[in-house]
Design a protein around this ligand. Structure first.
Ligand code: NDP
Length: 333
């Protein structure tokens, strides 16, 4: 099968040149290991950070080695108790057709409960991020006005719907195209949405939130964060989930200029990383899984076919070509 390796570290925007597609011999599983045929893999903004040198909250990818990322596949051979060929597992050895790894890194998933790809989206890391960001970090309360940036993406599309289900009085989203804005309002039930390319974010946000906002779920950073600080009400709360507008900056850009308003408005901003919150998984599954089962959450996938096209899927996601979750279909289940 194929695997995709980091060929070189990008400066600024990554390109195809930073990836190598290589044919490899598949090692048989050793003691305690699984051999898995990958079916779906995720491309995530966090992978951009791991292409840089230096550890942030996970170690960087190594040049010349296969990349890593969330994937779901079928067990082909198991050299360990508790797994059998035909089981489906979630793991983080994406970017390859086949993966051989220690079974302790595999979590069984049930294709009867939800389609396999859902374990990389609604019932997976993006869903958990959206849920925790609102419930635990932003402490979203009933009646809050909630603003979500990156609202048509994987995390944002779920955060908007979850905010509504948790009793937000008004949910506002921003995204990068007129089509995405329509999707937010018509399909996902956002009360208002705007295209951040259409004009200054602060003006569009003020127009959409005449009574201000109480919670900001930040996926974007930069101008969006500055605008949110401007429009937040006293004692507002911000879940700092990500700052994708900054990830491809070759040089740091000037940041928000109005940070004193954090003091004057008694705001609370907190960053978080979903992997620290594993203890909340059961609650997440119960609540979001329930909404999903009851048809209260709708979701859209943007699917790129073929492992070979995974670098293009990743680059496309960074450019905003996805609505909902960007996924790579590696093989049939
Ligand atoms: P998305 O599915 O949202 O895909 C990324 C989107 O970002 C694109 O579709 C694009 O949509 C938007 N985007 C790209 N560049 C810009 C820009 N300059 N300004 C505004 N929007 C931009 O990805 P995810 O849902 O996986 O991730 C969303 C955010 O959440 C990221 O910041 C990510 O790092 C973060 N994250 C954090 C986690 C945590 O534990 N803290 C876990 C998972 C994700 P558009 O067309 O609207 O521009």
């Amino acid at each position: 099968g194929l695997e995709i390796r980091l060929a070189s570290r990008p400066k600024g925007w990554p390109t195809q040149e930073n990836f190598d597609v290589v044919e490899v011999e598949q090692p048989q599983p050793g003691d305690g290991e699984l051999l898995v045929r990958n079916v779906w893999m995720s491309v995530d903004p966090a992978m951009r950070g791991r292409m840089n040198e230096g550890r942030s909250y996970v170690p960087p990818f190594e040049v010349g080695k296969a990349l890593q990322g969330g994937a779901v596949g079928e067990v082909v051979a198991a050299n360990v108790e508790g797994f059998q060929p035909g089981d489906f597992v979630l793991h983080y050895f994406g970017w390859r057709d086949y993966a051989t790894f220690d079974a302790k890194h595999a979590v069984k998933v049930d294709p009867q409960v939800a389609p396999l790809s859902a374990y990389l989206y609604v019932l997976g890391m993006p869903g958990m991020t959206a849920y925790l960001g609102l419930a635990d970090i932003a402490e979203q309360k009933e009646g809050d006005v909630v603003f979500i940036s990156g609202a048509a993406g994987a995390v944002g599309s779920l955060a908007g719907q979850i905010a509504k289900l948790r009793g937000a009085s008004r949910v506002i989203g921003s995204a990068g195209s007129a089509e995405k804005v329509r999707y937010l309002v018509d399909e996902l039930g956002f009360d208002a949405a705007f295209n951040y390319h259409d004009g200054p974010v602060v003006e569009q946000l003020k127009a959409a939130a005449p009574d201000g906002i109480d919670v900001y779920f930040d996926n974007v950073g930069g101008e969006h964060l500055e605008a949110a600080i401007e429009v937040l009400n006293d004692f507002g709360r911000v879940a700092e989930c990500g700052m994708i507008s900054q990830y491809n900056n070759a040089e740091p850009k000037p940041g928000p200029n109005n940070l004193f308003k954090i003091v004057s408005k008694r705001l609370k901003l907190q960053g978080f990383i979903v992997i620290d919150h594993a203890h909340r998984k059961d609650q997440f599954f119960a609540e979001v899984g329930g909404w999903l089962r009851d048809g209260k959450i709708s979701y859209q996938e943007t699917v790129v076919e073929g492992l070979r096209n995974a670098p293009e899927a990743f680059l496309g996601m960074m450019r905003g070509e996805n609505t909902g979750k960007m996924l790579v279909k590696i093989s049939d289940a």
